[in-house]
Design a protein around this ligand. Structure first.
Ligand SMILES: [Zn+2]
Length: 85
């Protein structure tokens, strides 16, 4: 298992209530989406990583945190990752 803590944005962990904010499943583990500020489960995170725009999102987040913006909200959820699609 590799740690999945490369996401450095400040995270409203207290808004986590045990349910993935994307797929709605209960999850013991959560991570902030790289595309927006949803708290999602590991399987949703894995789906994000497969998305062609993930690198773009990751880079935008990296640039934002590097310049001190810890409240970067992401590039927005791309088509194909929106819930219900
Ligand atoms: Zn999920």
């Amino acid at each position: 298992m590799t740690p999945r803590m490369e996401n450095k944005r400040s995270v409203p962990w207290e808004s986590w209530d045990g349910v993935c904010q994307r797929c709605g499943k209960e999850s013991a583990v959560h991570i902030m989406s790289m595309f927006n500020v949803q708290l999602i489960c590991i399987s949703c995170s894995d789906v994000e990583r497969e998305h062609p725009k993930f690198e773009e999102a990751r880079k935008a987040e990296h640039d934002a945190t590097k310049s001190g913006d810890r409240n970067f909200e992401g590039i927005g959820l791309p088509e194909g990752l929106k819930s219900g699609t």
